[in-house]
Ligand binder design. Structure first.
Ligand SMILES: [Zn+2]
Ligand SMILES: [Zn+2]
Length: 381
């Protein structure tokens, strides 16, 4: 798409327009630009595509937010590539005006071109679950899923090898059946796909015995997927060409792998940082000590300085998750949970009493006010 006009300008709406306003603006434009209404504007098709692209972005909250912040570049680097072929334009029209194919003929793209033209196969989505250590190191997972593939016996053409393929008698090879229907725009030539040849315009005289003439079958491919180190729960990996087979020589669709990272009871993840907690008894927090702290795949010794206060956070630089981009690592943040001893026996009690008696204001002085103490207790750093 060559146009680079601002999407809000294309639809003629303000930048803070709500969803209903955006929908209304697109609906109005779509009516204006429909070729049955506006036959004399040779630019109608381009204008409609431009409007459809603007609508597709602005009607999706995530895409709109990305566009608002980073513009078209941001959409592209986020993996969104506007691509309006005959199929998606008529999908948009159907979503708006209903009518199951009443606009299949829109701009002439759905006509004879559809009978012979290649069509890309559909995308497939699968989920893969990994644990935090795998997310930290990167891993390879194997996914399996159902996908439509070409029949090998007939190579997808639906005919027994060596038998002829003939022009469809029902549609005379056009792949389509036509009828006039009434729509909000008046009478429109309605086009449906031929039910005998499924739009191919050609049928096998002797249908393939393996696929019964369908030319395709459902398989369960297994695909190994490289999961990059640093991936976060909910991110997707796209594998080009591993979706459903295309029609009439079209490219296959893509495979999207949704990565779920299993919760690890030892850590809370905050971007590339990991947060964990260690218990330290009150006497050891006062004296200072060394404790074992878990990391994703191992453990480290961490020095707890004398006088560490409850919920104080110690930071181990670079012991968090790797960053998806670049060689940077996040930090491991260790929250010190000071445990005050309970159920003291007589001897312990006496020692604590001696200790309590000996404490002076100097021992108990802190450099923070009430606000700072509360902030630390409630999870600030
Ligand atoms: Zn076959
Ligand atoms: Zn036909």
């Amino acid at each position: 798409m060559s146009s680079t006009r601002d999407y809000y300008d294309v639809l003629g709406v303000p930048r803070d327009a709500d969803d209903a306003t955006i929908k209304k603006a697109f609906r109005r434009l779509a009516r204006e630009l429909h070729p049955d209404v506006n036959r004399h504007d040779p630019e109608a098709e381009e204008k409609f595509k431009e409007a459809a692209e603007a609508y597709e972005v602005l009607s999706d909250a995530d895409r709109r937010a990305t566009y608002d912040r980073y513009g078209r570049e941001g959409l592209r680097s986020g993996g969104y590539a506007p691509n309006f072929d005959a199929g998606s334009i008529s999908d948009i029209f159907e979503a708006f005006f209903g009518g199951g194919g009443a606009f299949g003929d829109l701009f002439g793209m759905g006509g004879a071109a559809r009978a012979g033209g290649p069509m890309q196969g559909g995308d497939v989505a699968v989920t893969a679950e990994i644990d935090l250590a795998e997310a930290a190191q990167g891993s390879t997972v194997e996914v399996s899923y159902e996908a439509v593939t070409l029949c090998e016996h007939c190579r997808g053409n639906g005919a027994e090898p060596g038998t002829p393929i003939e022009t469809c008698p029902r549609c005379q090879g056009t792949g389509q059946l036509r009828a006039v229907t009434r729509t909000p725009f008046g009478q429109v030539m309605r086009t449906t796909t031929c039910d005998v040849c499924q739009g191919d315009g050609r049928v096998a005289r002797d249908p393939c015995k393996v696929c019964r003439g369908r030319g395709r079958k459902v398989e369960r491919p297994r695909v190994k997927v490289d999961v990059p180190a640093g991936i976060a729960d909910g991110q997707r990996i796209r594998i080009t060409g591993r979706g459903h087979a295309g029609d009439r020589g079209g490219l296959p669709g893509d495979l999207y792998v949704l990565v779920r990272v299993r919760e690890d009871s030892r850590f809370v993840r905050d971007g590339d940082d990991l947060i964990t907690a260690v218990d330290v008894s009150a006497p050891l927090a006062a004296l200072g000590t060394v404790v074992d702290v878990p990391t994703v795949d191992d453990q480290i010794e961490l020095e707890i300085p004398a006088g560490t206060q409850p919920h104080e956070t110690l930071v181990v630089r670079g012991a968090g998750m790797p960053s998806l981009r670049g060689r940077r690592y996040g930090d491991l943040r260790v929250v010190v949970n000071v445990v005050v001893p309970r159920h003291l026996n007589r001897e312990q009690r006496e020692r604590y009493e001696q200790l309590a008696d000996s404490l002076t204001p100097h021992n108990l002085r802190t450099d923070e006010g009430v606000f700072g103490k509360l902030k630390r207790a409630f999870g600030g750093h």
